[in-house]
Write a protein that binds this ligand. Structure first.
Ligand SMILES: [Zn+2]
Length: 452
């Protein structure tokens, strides 16, 4: 009898231990984010867990649930080879994902932490969807690849599941041939605030605007090839777009302008096959005859923007048809393509810095003794800037580095002969899983707060 009790006791304690172990295992499994770091902007608004039920393949998915509007992500630091093309893909499923503001570049997506480099977003309620994110490592040796619910400029609410993360490296196209796309938006039909009151605008490009823009982009091709002394070749397509621009972005410095996301629907159609290295969009924001004027802060072109790692510039038509800025005339203006040249140079200026080169600021021409001249504008400055022939007092000749003309955005064709990398591989069996336990246990409940 005594013996039976003892055995019963033993069985009971073994069962308790097993039950405890099982609970611990469950807790570990639900919270194990492998080597990913969890981060959120507003602390406590997001739950991170592994989901064994809603999953794409045999592995549990990674789940982010934003119970309130938040910017949350899990990321992993990976080593990269400088100046190399990379492609990260994953499967995403979402439930009730909404962004705080209308028309913003946020939702469930892949990104590089602390940059604006990102993939497309998944919002709303959607079944498993594949998303792709391409980037060039530029001068970096490591990057934090993030899987995010939210964004740089907006917060999201709802749930996103991520699964089957892969990464591959490709070969950057280092030819000096750049493909430009110039989209002529024939209509701007927006409602924007003028001194605190919403106003409707309907502005159109005239036939003569379209003629001027086509002439300018054609002259831009020749100018870039000649002024860079053959360092780059230009191909271009001009497309007249009938779909109006229906939303504009606003910031203190520039007033209203067209951010890439404002014309996303149109851009996505043209960037899908990865042909283009740079996009110009031309449009009108005012018309002196109609007495209509969207508030812009004195800019005629805006550059240094990016959409899905492709350079993006605004070209604004002047409010008056008698303005000669984009018109060729022997006596008045023989450099009507200047705004195009200037805005594209902003992209090369930015790229130079991101590839780790020092270069003068494009707007600092006066510091180096250049000034805008009649008929030819700043063409002398641009030419010296492109060819590193700007004389400086203490650094010798300065300007853009010669090989910046061979550093173009990453595109799909870079991955024709790609190499799979194993940074995001999940443990395939119990032994691999056990190997990771010690490392993962340290991170088990850690969620860092990001403030930017
Ligand atoms: Zn500028």
């Amino acid at each position: 009898m005594q013996k039976t009790i003892k055995i019963m006791k033993n069985i009971l304690s073994i069962s308790i231990i097993l039950a405890l172990l099982f609970i611990l295992y469950k807790v570990y499994k639900n919270n194990n984010f492998s080597e990913y770091i969890r981060a959120e902007y507003n602390s406590g608004f997001s739950n991170f867990s592994r989901d064994d039920e809603i999953r794409y393949s045999k592995m549990s998915s990674y789940k982010i649930e934003n119970t309130n509007f938040n910017d949350a992500m899990f990321f992993k630091t990976i080593a990269v080879v400088p100046n190399t093309s990379y492609k990260v893909t994953c499967m995403v499923k979402t439930k009730d994902v909404i962004n705080k503001n209308e028309n913003t570049d946020a939702g469930a997506h892949i990104c590089i932490n602390e940059t604006v480099e990102k993939s497309d977003n998944v919002v709303g309620t959607s079944d498993w969807t594949k998303i792709e994110f391409v980037f060039n490592s530029k001068n970096r040796e490591s990057v934090d690849i993030g899987f995010r619910l939210g964004g740089n400029y907006d917060d999201s609410k709802g749930t996103a599941w991520f699964s089957d993360i892969t990464i591959e490296s490709g070969t950057a196209d280092t030819s000096n041939k750049w493909n430009f796309l110039c989209l002529l938006f024939k209509e701007t039909k927006v409602s924007v605030e003028v001194e605190g009151i919403k106003e409707e605008f309907e502005l159109k490009l005239s036939d003569s605007d379209i003629y001027d823009m086509k002439l300018c982009i054609n002259r831009f091709k020749d100018s870039m090839e000649n002024m860079s002394q053959g360092k780059m070749k230009v191909n271009y397509d001009v497309v007249e777009i009938n779909t109006p621009i229906t939303s504009m972005s606003y910031d203190e410095e520039n007033g209203y302008y067209v951010a890439p996301y404002d014309v996303k629907q149109t851009l996505d159609k043209y960037i899908r096959d990865g042909k283009y290295d740079h996009i110009f969009i031309a449009f009108r924001t005012g018309d002196i005859n109609l007495k209509e004027e969207i508030p812009v802060n004195d800019w005629i072109g805006l550059g240094s923007m990016e959409y899905r790692n492709i350079g993006f510039s605004n070209i604004r038509l002047p409010n008056s048809a008698s303005n000669y800025i984009y018109k060729y005339d022997e006596r008045i203006n023989v450099f009507p393509e200047e705004v195009y040249v200037h805005e594209f140079l902003h992209t090369l200026e930015r790229n130079s810095l991101e590839y780790g080169y020092e270069r003068p600021e494009l707007h600092d021409y006066e510091k180096y003794g250049y000034k805008s001249q009649n008929k030819i504008g700043l063409s002398k400055w641009y030419e010296d800037y492109m060819n590193k022939k700007v004389k400086s007092t203490n650094k010798g000749l300065v300007g853009l580095p010669e090989d910046i003309f061979n550093k173009k955005p990453t595109k799909t064709s870079d991955f024709r002969y790609s190499r799979k990398l194993n940074y995001f591989e999940e443990p395939q069996n119990i032994i691999e899983e056990l190997n990771g336990v010690y490392k993962n246990i340290i991170n088990l409940f850690k969620v860092i707060e990001v403030k930017n």
